[in-house]
Design a protein around this ligand. Structure first.
Ligand code: PAF
Length: 284
């Protein structure tokens, strides 16, 4: 695996190469979910590029930025074992040099307003900014992202279409621990008890699926899920059942895009998110 820290040297290397480039942007502390995405990028393209960059502009709290796990040694070992071709690990100055013009703000069509957007003001502007910058640098044929960050994927999909980029977005399903907890770099910050309790989040999403198949009222499903998560050591921020494309509140009568249930919940001092694509009851 080749490691690049500078934009210029990465671009110089890539320009001389033929073939398709698959790109996996990450913030490091890589887990099996990331590695499964990297594997797809590697096997579906001639060259796989993974970036590790903890992007300061998408953190609305500096304590969260400071506490974000950083494990460069382990990450490098995992990526090279996986056969990833290129790792890009830039500094903040490489990504945001002072001479770089302010990025053109993209209208996110309200996709950034609810859920994460409501609790993390400015978060998606930061995500759109860094992904735009990374795409400018790497210029990949395919961009790989994980469904665990459902709203992030919706925002980036919109930005790609809005800005006329030719990159193809490939979204990969959430990888879970055997007990159902969605894999996340933030899980590393849970203590053993919190880690064991955290499975309640996915269980709550599964309970929503049961009620959804029975067409229980959406507001009732959301309220009951919030109550289920309101337990010692937990602080749920939202449970929202929304249209899979518009991310607007879901209505059974207008359901051509389908529904997704999204949740954000603090477990101890760690904020976790998860989601489930809701399937209607199918009669055989
Ligand atoms: O999902 C993430 O890890 C980050 O939001 C991303 C897409 C790498 C942008 O910093």
């Amino acid at each position: 695996m080749l490691l690049f820290k500078e934009v210029k040297s990465l671009q110089k290397y890539l320009i001389g190469k033929n073939g398709s480039v698959g790109f996996v942007p990450t913030m490091g502390a890589l887990h099996a979910g990331h590695m499964s995405i990297v594997r797809h990028a590697r096997t579906e393209n001639d060259i796989s590029v993974c970036s590790i960059f903890v992007n300061p502009t998408q953190f609305n709290e500096s304590s969260d930025l400071d506490a974000y796990p950083r494990l460069p040694g382990q990450d490098i070992a995992k990526l090279s074992e996986e056969g990833n071709d290129i790792l890009f690990m830039p500094s903040v100055h490489e990504i945001y040099p002072t001479e770089l013009p302010e990025p053109k703000a993209v209208d996110l069509n309200g996709l950034d307003q609810g859920m994460e957007g409501a609790f993390r003001p400015g978060h998606f502007a930061g995500v759109a900014q860094v992904v735009g910058r990374l795409l400018d640098i790497v210029n990949p044929h395919r961009l790989y992202m994980g469904q665990k960050d459902y709203q992030q994927v919706a925002v980036i999909d919109h930005v790609i279409r809005e800005t006329g980029r030719s990159v193809e977005l490939r979204v990969h399903p959430t990888i879970r621990e055997t007990d159902g907890l969605a894999m996340s770099s933030r899980n590393l910050r849970l203590n053993l008890d919190e880690r064991n309790q955290a499975i309640r989040i996915y269980q709550t999403l599964q309970e929503i699926q049961v009620g959804f198949s029975a067409e229980m009222p959406i507001s009732q499903l959301e309220d009951e899920a919030l109550k289920a998560l309101d337990r010692p050591g937990f602080k749920p921020e939202y449970v929202a059942i929304v249209d899979r494309k518009t991310l607007l509140p879901f209505r059974y009568q207008q359901n051509e895009n389908g529904a997704v249930a999204c949740v954000a919940c603090w477990v101890g001092g760690v904020r976790l998110i998860d989601n489930i694509l809701l399937e209607p009851l199918r009669l055989a």
